[in-house]
Design a protein. Structure first.
Length: 82
């Protein structure tokens, strides 16, 4: 594996403390942005889930349609298995 890697050496003066801190802060900010995005998506999914559950509980006709759809889906796309 080592023979495929380029032979480079990082000299001490190539990377000072300011560059290292700036790079680390950029990585941390990127991670934080991803976490916020994932949290936002989870919040939207939770709200949609709660709204659908509320609609199911209050609408018997909607519940009947869902039950019919579940029954149709359990039969399979091309009918019952042979």
């Amino acid at each position: 594996m080592r023979r495929f890697l380029p032979k480079t050496r990082l000299r001490r003066h190539d990377c000072d403390d300011t560059t290292a801190i700036t790079t680390m802060m950029t990585v941390l900010i990127t991670i934080l942005r991803y976490l916020v995005a994932i949290g936002g998506m989870a919040l939207v999914a939770y709200i949609a889930w709660k709204l659908v559950n509320k609609q199911e509980a209050n609408d018997p006709e909607f519940k009947k349609k869902l039950d019919e759809d579940d029954e149709r889906a359990s039969k399979g796309r091309f009918g019952p298995p042979m």
